[in-house]
Design a protein around this ligand. Structure first.
Ligand code: PXG
Length: 292
């Protein structure tokens, strides 16, 4: 059985899953998306991802042509029709085909796509050993330009930063806002550990409100670890005891150097390790089943 894609109400083989070159998702990055994990035949935090997709769509005034409950059913059905039990789901809703002008009123029908595939991870050794990060010259998009809470198809801001990371030979890069406050990575949220407390930047600075981030905050509190949002600068990262990133793809991954400075003793710290294990345990035992 080959890979099956959901495209505008139909399940089609991947070779037949084609979208118009006039689609404003392609022409302008006009659309929204989600990335979701499946673990052992279960979709992790499906409801939360679908809710965030509809919030993103609402902010960009994009009318998704099916209700959220139906979208969740479509995601589960796409999983069922593919062979993978572990992997990654990409949910995309674009403005749809229009003309060569950017006016969204010219796009009568949004394009809806669900892709189920494997996920490309950082090598396991790096996840254990920790990543090297630098900070980006490219600032995170200002909340009054496009709020980073919108998971839009336009990722050039993150991609510009990722290019900086590549040029610097770093695995990930921390983006700051205009005031120099730390926001997030290119596809992950950032945490520091200071005096036993777990801190992560608040959404109003300009971050995607990560679902992994929320899960980690909850897990930390359940474990009796102080966990809260805090505004911080590079100073706080350089002087932190530990630093780690969270994301659907990255899960919980230690960062051991930032801008060439070791964080703490330069090795993954005990709080990161505990949260990483707690997250694995939680993610692999929760979620919506899609096979009997
Ligand atoms: N910040 C940004 C900017 C993101 O794109 C996260 C944080 C983490 O959010 P979740 O809800 O996943 O905990 C993301 C995640 C990738 C990749 O290849 C990651 C994301 C999107 C596309 C690709 O790592 N988003």
């Amino acid at each position: 059985m080959g890979q099956v894609i959901y495209l505008d109400g139909e399940f089609v083989p991947v070779e037949q899953a084609r979208v118009s070159v006039y689609d404003h998702g392609f022409l302008y990055g006009d659309g929204v998306f989600e990335g979701i994990r499946m673990y052992s035949g279960r979709v992790f935090k499906l409801e939360e991802h679908v809710r965030r997709l509809y919030h993103s769509a609402r902010v960009v005034d994009l009318q998704i042509p099916l209700p959220p409950e139906e979208m969740s059913r479509v995601v589960l059905e796409t999983c069922r029709r593919n062979e993978l039990d572990d992997g990654y789901i990409r949910l995309v809703v674009s403005r749809g085909a229009g003309d060569l002008g950017l006016d969204p009123r010219k796009c009568p029908k949004p394009t809806v796509v669900v892709i189920v595939d494997r996920i490309a991870l950082f090598p396991e050794s790096l996840l254990e050993k920790g990543l090297t990060a630098v900070t980006a010259a490219t600032r995170r998009t200002a909340v009054d330009a496009l709020d980073a809470r919108v998971k839009s198809l336009n990722y050039l801001n993150s991609i510009m930063a990722k290019i900086e990371a590549n040029l610097a030979g770093a695995e990930e890069i921390l983006m700051l806002n205009r005031e120099g406050y730390v926001c997030e990575g290119t596809g992950d949220n950032v945490f520091i550990v200071r005096g036993g407390a777990v801190l992560t930047p608040p959404a109003y600075l300009g971050i995607l409100e990560g679902i992994t981030r929320a899960t980690v905050l909850d897990l930390a509190r359940e474990m009796g670890i102080e966990a809260r949002e805090a505004v911080f600068t590079r100073y706080d990262v350089y002087t932190a005891d530990e630093c780690f990133l969270t994301g659907t793809a990255a899960e919980v991954v230690p960062v051991t150097t930032v801008d060439g400075r070791p964080v703490g003793d330069g090795r993954p710290g005990p709080v990161t390790r505990r949260l990483r294990e707690a997250y694995f345990e939680y993610a692999r035992s929760h979620g919506t089943r899609f096979r009997d």
